[in-house]
Ligand binder design. Structure first.
Ligand code: SF4
Ligand code: SF4
Length: 349
Protein backbone atom coordinates (compact mmCIF):
# COMPACT_ATOMS: atom_id res chain seq x y z
CA UNK A 1 0.00 0.00 0.00
CA UNK A 2 2.83 2.41 0.86
CA UNK A 3 4.40 1.81 -2.52
CA UNK A 4 1.06 2.06 -4.31
CA UNK A 5 0.53 5.40 -2.61
CA UNK A 6 4.00 6.54 -3.67
CA UNK A 7 3.66 5.60 -7.35
CA UNK A 8 0.20 7.17 -7.76
CA UNK A 9 -1.95 4.02 -7.81
CA UNK A 10 -4.23 5.66 -5.20
CA UNK A 11 -4.46 8.95 -7.10
CA UNK A 12 -2.31 12.02 -7.58
CA UNK A 13 -3.40 13.69 -4.33
CA UNK A 14 -2.35 10.68 -2.23
CA UNK A 15 0.89 10.42 -4.19
CA UNK A 16 1.70 14.04 -3.55
CA UNK A 17 1.01 13.77 0.20
CA UNK A 18 2.95 10.50 0.54
CA UNK A 19 5.95 11.69 -1.43
CA UNK A 20 6.27 15.22 -0.05
CA UNK A 21 8.99 15.67 2.56
CA UNK A 22 7.59 15.46 6.07
CA UNK A 23 7.48 18.40 8.48
CA UNK A 24 8.53 16.03 11.30
CA UNK A 25 12.24 15.29 11.90
CA UNK A 26 11.49 11.87 13.47
CA UNK A 27 9.61 10.94 10.34
CA UNK A 28 12.64 12.02 8.30
CA UNK A 29 15.11 9.87 10.28
CA UNK A 30 12.99 6.72 10.63
CA UNK A 31 11.43 6.49 7.16
CA UNK A 32 12.85 6.90 3.64
CA UNK A 33 13.12 10.59 2.88
CA UNK A 34 15.42 12.79 0.83
CA UNK A 35 18.69 12.58 2.76
CA UNK A 36 19.58 8.88 2.77
CA UNK A 37 22.50 9.25 5.20
CA UNK A 38 20.10 10.47 7.89
CA UNK A 39 17.98 7.28 7.75
CA UNK A 40 19.96 4.47 9.49
CA UNK A 41 17.53 1.73 8.40
CA UNK A 42 18.16 2.62 4.79
CA UNK A 43 21.89 1.88 5.03
CA UNK A 44 21.19 -1.44 6.80
CA UNK A 45 19.68 -2.74 3.57
CA UNK A 46 23.27 -3.11 2.39
CA UNK A 47 24.15 -5.50 5.23
CA UNK A 48 20.92 -7.53 5.34
CA UNK A 49 22.74 -10.36 3.57
CA UNK A 50 26.41 -11.11 3.12
CA UNK A 51 29.25 -13.62 2.79
CA UNK A 52 29.41 -16.91 4.69
CA UNK A 53 32.17 -18.01 7.01
CA UNK A 54 33.75 -20.93 5.05
CA UNK A 55 34.29 -22.84 8.34
CA UNK A 56 30.80 -24.21 8.84
CA UNK A 57 29.66 -25.07 12.39
CA UNK A 58 28.23 -28.60 12.63
CA UNK A 59 24.69 -28.76 14.01
CA UNK A 60 24.18 -32.12 15.72
CA UNK A 61 21.07 -31.03 17.61
CA UNK A 62 18.67 -28.53 15.92
CA UNK A 63 16.76 -28.12 19.23
CA UNK A 64 19.94 -27.03 20.98
CA UNK A 65 20.81 -24.68 18.12
CA UNK A 66 17.27 -23.18 18.23
CA UNK A 67 17.74 -22.43 21.96
CA UNK A 68 21.10 -20.81 21.24
CA UNK A 69 19.69 -18.68 18.42
CA UNK A 70 16.81 -17.52 20.62
CA UNK A 71 19.21 -16.54 23.37
CA UNK A 72 21.39 -14.68 20.85
CA UNK A 73 18.30 -12.87 19.50
CA UNK A 74 17.35 -11.77 23.03
CA UNK A 75 20.94 -10.66 23.68
CA UNK A 76 20.75 -8.54 20.51
CA UNK A 77 17.55 -6.86 21.73
CA UNK A 78 14.57 -9.05 20.77
CA UNK A 79 11.72 -9.17 23.28
CA UNK A 80 10.10 -12.16 21.57
CA UNK A 81 11.50 -14.79 19.23
CA UNK A 82 10.06 -17.89 17.56
CA UNK A 83 10.96 -20.23 14.69
CA UNK A 84 8.91 -21.86 11.93
CA UNK A 85 9.50 -23.44 8.54
CA UNK A 86 9.42 -20.82 5.79
CA UNK A 87 6.12 -21.18 3.93
CA UNK A 88 6.66 -19.95 0.35
CA UNK A 89 3.10 -18.52 0.43
CA UNK A 90 4.53 -15.84 2.74
CA UNK A 91 7.34 -14.86 0.34
CA UNK A 92 6.64 -11.97 -2.04
CA UNK A 93 6.84 -12.84 -5.72
CA UNK A 94 8.59 -9.60 -6.77
CA UNK A 95 10.40 -6.66 -5.22
CA UNK A 96 7.95 -3.80 -5.02
CA UNK A 97 8.99 -1.28 -2.38
CA UNK A 98 9.35 2.35 -3.31
CA UNK A 99 13.01 2.19 -2.31
CA UNK A 100 13.50 -0.79 -4.69
CA UNK A 101 12.20 1.29 -7.58
CA UNK A 102 14.33 4.26 -6.50
CA UNK A 103 17.40 2.00 -6.64
CA UNK A 104 16.41 0.48 -9.99
CA UNK A 105 15.71 -2.99 -8.51
CA UNK A 106 11.90 -2.79 -8.42
CA UNK A 107 9.81 -5.49 -10.10
CA UNK A 108 12.49 -8.20 -9.88
CA UNK A 109 11.47 -11.78 -9.19
CA UNK A 110 12.29 -12.99 -5.66
CA UNK A 111 13.85 -16.41 -5.02
CA UNK A 112 14.16 -17.23 -1.34
CA UNK A 113 14.85 -20.95 -0.96
CA UNK A 114 15.66 -20.79 2.78
CA UNK A 115 14.04 -23.49 4.87
CA UNK A 116 13.45 -21.66 8.17
CA UNK A 117 12.15 -18.30 9.34
CA UNK A 118 13.07 -16.75 12.69
CA UNK A 119 10.50 -14.19 13.79
CA UNK A 120 11.69 -11.45 16.17
CA UNK A 121 9.63 -8.77 17.90
CA UNK A 122 10.48 -5.64 19.84
CA UNK A 123 8.04 -3.94 22.20
CA UNK A 124 6.83 -0.40 21.51
CA UNK A 125 6.30 2.00 24.40
CA UNK A 126 2.82 1.77 25.93
CA UNK A 127 2.43 5.43 26.76
CA UNK A 128 3.64 6.83 23.46
CA UNK A 129 1.40 4.44 21.49
CA UNK A 130 -1.62 5.74 23.40
CA UNK A 131 -1.28 9.09 21.62
CA UNK A 132 -2.32 7.62 18.27
CA UNK A 133 -2.91 8.96 15.76
CA UNK A 134 -0.36 11.76 15.78
CA UNK A 135 3.36 12.38 15.35
CA UNK A 136 4.20 10.80 18.73
CA UNK A 137 3.09 7.24 17.95
CA UNK A 138 4.53 7.77 14.47
CA UNK A 139 7.95 8.36 16.10
CA UNK A 140 7.49 5.34 18.38
CA UNK A 141 6.63 3.08 15.44
CA UNK A 142 9.71 4.35 13.58
CA UNK A 143 11.88 3.57 16.61
CA UNK A 144 10.33 0.07 16.75
CA UNK A 145 11.28 -0.53 13.11
CA UNK A 146 14.82 0.64 13.84
CA UNK A 147 15.22 -1.52 16.96
CA UNK A 148 13.81 -4.70 15.46
CA UNK A 149 15.71 -4.11 12.19
CA UNK A 150 18.95 -3.95 14.19
CA UNK A 151 18.16 -7.31 15.81
CA UNK A 152 17.42 -8.94 12.45
CA UNK A 153 20.55 -7.60 10.73
CA UNK A 154 22.84 -8.66 13.58
CA UNK A 155 21.18 -12.09 13.96
CA UNK A 156 21.47 -12.83 10.24
CA UNK A 157 25.16 -11.85 10.35
CA UNK A 158 25.68 -14.12 13.40
CA UNK A 159 24.20 -17.07 11.50
CA UNK A 160 26.33 -16.37 8.44
CA UNK A 161 29.36 -16.43 10.76
CA UNK A 162 28.28 -19.98 11.68
CA UNK A 163 28.60 -20.75 7.96
CA UNK A 164 24.89 -20.80 6.96
CA UNK A 165 22.98 -18.49 4.61
CA UNK A 166 20.75 -15.94 6.34
CA UNK A 167 18.91 -12.81 5.23
CA UNK A 168 17.41 -10.10 7.43
CA UNK A 169 13.93 -8.89 6.45
CA UNK A 170 12.89 -5.65 8.12
CA UNK A 171 11.00 -2.48 7.33
CA UNK A 172 12.01 -1.24 3.85
CA UNK A 173 13.84 -4.51 3.18
CA UNK A 174 11.12 -7.17 3.21
CA UNK A 175 10.87 -10.18 0.94
CA UNK A 176 8.48 -11.91 3.36
CA UNK A 177 5.28 -11.15 5.27
CA UNK A 178 6.13 -10.86 8.95
CA UNK A 179 2.68 -11.37 10.50
CA UNK A 180 1.80 -14.88 9.23
CA UNK A 181 5.39 -15.96 9.91
CA UNK A 182 5.21 -14.63 13.48
CA UNK A 183 1.88 -16.43 13.92
CA UNK A 184 3.33 -19.73 12.60
CA UNK A 185 6.35 -19.27 14.89
CA UNK A 186 4.08 -19.08 17.92
CA UNK A 187 4.53 -15.42 18.85
CA UNK A 188 0.81 -14.65 18.91
CA UNK A 189 -2.45 -14.61 16.94
CA UNK A 190 -3.81 -12.55 14.07
CA UNK A 191 -6.52 -10.22 15.36
CA UNK A 192 -9.54 -8.41 13.89
CA UNK A 193 -7.40 -5.29 13.31
CA UNK A 194 -5.05 -7.23 11.01
CA UNK A 195 -2.25 -7.05 13.57
CA UNK A 196 -0.41 -9.76 15.50
CA UNK A 197 -1.42 -9.82 19.17
CA UNK A 198 1.02 -11.35 21.65
CA UNK A 199 0.51 -12.23 25.30
CA UNK A 200 3.00 -9.77 26.83
CA UNK A 201 2.43 -6.71 24.62
CA UNK A 202 -0.93 -7.19 22.86
CA UNK A 203 -0.71 -5.46 19.45
CA UNK A 204 2.20 -3.24 20.58
CA UNK A 205 5.33 -4.66 18.90
CA UNK A 206 7.23 -4.38 15.64
CA UNK A 207 8.30 -7.47 13.74
CA UNK A 208 11.23 -8.54 11.61
CA UNK A 209 12.25 -11.92 10.18
CA UNK A 210 15.50 -13.74 9.49
CA UNK A 211 15.31 -16.51 6.90
CA UNK A 212 18.02 -19.15 6.92
CA UNK A 213 19.10 -22.73 6.22
CA UNK A 214 20.66 -23.19 9.65
CA UNK A 215 19.09 -26.43 11.01
CA UNK A 216 16.64 -25.42 13.74
CA UNK A 217 13.82 -26.99 15.75
CA UNK A 218 10.55 -25.20 15.07
CA UNK A 219 7.83 -23.83 17.35
CA UNK A 220 4.07 -24.34 17.06
CA UNK A 221 1.33 -21.74 16.62
CA UNK A 222 -0.23 -20.61 19.88
CA UNK A 223 -3.77 -19.96 21.09
CA UNK A 224 -3.88 -17.26 23.75
CA UNK A 225 -7.54 -16.36 23.26
CA UNK A 226 -7.12 -13.47 20.82
CA UNK A 227 -9.58 -14.66 18.17
CA UNK A 228 -12.10 -15.56 20.88
CA UNK A 229 -11.74 -12.02 22.30
CA UNK A 230 -12.09 -10.36 18.90
CA UNK A 231 -15.33 -12.27 18.33
CA UNK A 232 -16.79 -10.41 21.34
CA UNK A 233 -15.03 -7.08 20.90
CA UNK A 234 -15.16 -4.55 18.09
CA UNK A 235 -13.35 -1.68 19.76
CA UNK A 236 -10.76 -1.25 17.00
CA UNK A 237 -13.48 -1.29 14.32
CA UNK A 238 -15.56 1.27 16.23
CA UNK A 239 -12.57 3.57 16.76
CA UNK A 240 -10.97 3.25 13.32
CA UNK A 241 -11.14 6.74 11.79
CA UNK A 242 -11.39 5.34 8.25
CA UNK A 243 -13.73 2.43 9.07
CA UNK A 244 -11.21 0.07 7.47
CA UNK A 245 -11.64 -2.69 10.08
CA UNK A 246 -14.55 -5.11 9.57
CA UNK A 247 -17.30 -5.20 12.21
CA UNK A 248 -18.64 -8.56 10.99
CA UNK A 249 -17.43 -12.10 10.73
CA UNK A 250 -14.21 -13.48 9.25
CA UNK A 251 -14.11 -14.17 5.54
CA UNK A 252 -12.01 -16.43 3.33
CA UNK A 253 -9.14 -14.56 1.70
CA UNK A 254 -6.91 -16.59 -0.66
CA UNK A 255 -7.74 -19.76 1.29
CA UNK A 256 -7.30 -18.22 4.75
CA UNK A 257 -10.23 -17.46 7.08
CA UNK A 258 -9.59 -14.04 8.66
CA UNK A 259 -10.86 -10.53 9.24
CA UNK A 260 -9.87 -8.58 6.16
CA UNK A 261 -8.73 -4.99 6.63
CA UNK A 262 -9.58 -2.51 3.87
CA UNK A 263 -5.98 -1.42 3.39
CA UNK A 264 -6.80 1.27 0.87
CA UNK A 265 -9.20 3.04 3.26
CA UNK A 266 -6.56 2.80 6.00
CA UNK A 267 -3.83 4.23 3.80
CA UNK A 268 -6.03 7.04 2.50
CA UNK A 269 -6.64 8.14 6.08
CA UNK A 270 -2.93 8.12 6.81
CA UNK A 271 -2.22 10.63 4.07
CA UNK A 272 -5.38 12.72 4.15
CA UNK A 273 -5.53 13.95 7.74
CA UNK A 274 -5.18 17.73 8.10
CA UNK A 275 -2.44 17.51 10.75
CA UNK A 276 -0.07 15.96 8.21
CA UNK A 277 1.11 12.94 10.16
CA UNK A 278 1.76 9.98 7.88
CA UNK A 279 0.63 7.13 10.07
CA UNK A 280 -2.11 5.90 12.39
CA UNK A 281 -2.01 3.34 15.18
CA UNK A 282 -5.44 3.96 16.68
CA UNK A 283 -6.33 0.27 16.36
CA UNK A 284 -3.26 -0.56 18.49
CA UNK A 285 -3.89 2.16 21.06
CA UNK A 286 -7.52 1.29 21.83
CA UNK A 287 -7.21 -2.51 21.85
CA UNK A 288 -7.97 -4.00 25.29
CA UNK A 289 -4.91 -6.25 24.85
CA UNK A 290 -2.77 -3.12 24.79
CA UNK A 291 -1.91 -2.86 28.47
CA UNK A 292 1.35 -2.28 30.38
CA UNK A 293 3.19 -5.58 30.79
CA UNK A 294 2.57 -5.88 34.55
CA UNK A 295 1.00 -8.45 36.91
CA UNK A 296 -2.67 -7.57 36.26
CA UNK A 297 -2.13 -7.82 32.51
CA UNK A 298 -0.68 -11.32 32.97
CA UNK A 299 -3.56 -12.32 35.23
CA UNK A 300 -6.02 -11.10 32.57
CA UNK A 301 -4.18 -12.97 29.80
CA UNK A 302 -4.39 -16.23 31.77
CA UNK A 303 -8.11 -15.74 32.44
CA UNK A 304 -8.95 -14.72 28.85
CA UNK A 305 -7.32 -17.87 27.50
CA UNK A 306 -9.50 -20.08 29.67
CA UNK A 307 -12.91 -18.56 30.07
CA UNK A 308 -15.68 -16.97 27.97
CA UNK A 309 -17.02 -15.22 31.08
CA UNK A 310 -13.58 -13.79 31.85
CA UNK A 311 -13.37 -12.37 28.33
CA UNK A 312 -16.81 -10.74 28.67
CA UNK A 313 -15.96 -9.38 32.12
CA UNK A 314 -12.54 -7.99 31.17
CA UNK A 315 -13.92 -6.29 28.05
CA UNK A 316 -16.61 -4.69 30.24
CA UNK A 317 -13.96 -3.54 32.75
CA UNK A 318 -11.82 -2.12 29.91
CA UNK A 319 -14.78 -0.09 28.68
CA UNK A 320 -15.44 1.24 32.18
CA UNK A 321 -11.81 2.19 32.88
CA UNK A 322 -10.60 3.37 29.46
CA UNK A 323 -13.89 4.13 27.75
CA UNK A 324 -15.50 2.61 24.68
CA UNK A 325 -14.11 5.48 22.57
CA UNK A 326 -11.00 6.60 24.45
CA UNK A 327 -9.65 10.00 23.47
CA UNK A 328 -5.97 10.23 22.57
CA UNK A 329 -3.81 12.29 24.90
CA UNK A 330 -1.02 14.43 23.54
CA UNK A 331 1.95 15.70 25.47
CA UNK A 332 5.51 14.63 24.72
CA UNK A 333 8.59 16.64 23.81
CA UNK A 334 7.25 19.74 22.07
CA UNK A 335 4.43 17.94 20.29
CA UNK A 336 0.91 19.23 20.64
CA UNK A 337 -2.16 17.90 18.94
CA UNK A 338 -2.48 19.44 15.49
CA UNK A 339 -0.72 22.56 16.69
CA UNK A 340 -3.28 23.13 19.46
CA UNK A 341 -2.56 22.97 23.19
CA UNK A 342 -1.78 19.57 24.66
CA UNK A 343 -4.27 17.68 26.76
CA UNK A 344 -3.19 15.99 29.97
CA UNK A 345 -0.94 12.97 30.43
CA UNK A 346 -2.51 9.49 30.72
CA UNK A 347 -3.63 8.95 34.32
CA UNK A 348 -2.54 5.33 34.71
CA UNK A 349 1.17 5.85 33.96
S1 SF4 B 1 -9.77 -4.02 19.75
FE1 SF4 B 1 -10.96 -5.85 20.24
S2 SF4 B 1 -11.60 -6.63 18.24
FE2 SF4 B 1 -9.94 -5.22 17.87
S3 SF4 B 1 -8.08 -6.46 17.83
FE3 SF4 B 1 -8.30 -5.73 19.93
S4 SF4 B 1 -9.47 -7.35 20.97
FE4 SF4 B 1 -9.69 -7.71 18.76
S1 SF4 C 1 -4.17 2.22 11.30
FE1 SF4 C 1 -5.85 3.68 11.78
S2 SF4 C 1 -6.98 3.87 9.86
FE2 SF4 C 1 -5.71 2.02 9.68
S3 SF4 C 1 -6.99 0.32 10.37
FE3 SF4 C 1 -5.86 1.04 12.18
S4 SF4 C 1 -7.23 2.55 13.13
FE4 SF4 C 1 -7.97 2.24 11.05
Amino acid sequence: MHSQAAIGALGEKVKERWSTESIDPFRRIFYPENRAMNVPLRSWRNVADGPLNPNKTDVADPANMASTIKEVARFLGADLVGICELNQAYVYSHTGLRIDFAKGTGGQEIHLPHRYAISVAVEMNYRRMRYAPCWIDNAEVGLGYLNVGKVAVALAAFIRELGYPARAHFFINEWVMHVPIAEAAGLGELARNGILITAPFGPRQRLATVTTDLPLAIDSPTNIGVVATCELCRKCAENCPSQAIPHGEKMEVRGVLKWQLDQEKCMRFWVSNPNKWNDCSRCIAVCPWNRPNVWYHWASVQAVKRSFLARKFLLWIDNIIRGRKPRPVVKWLNYVEGGRNARTEPKDN
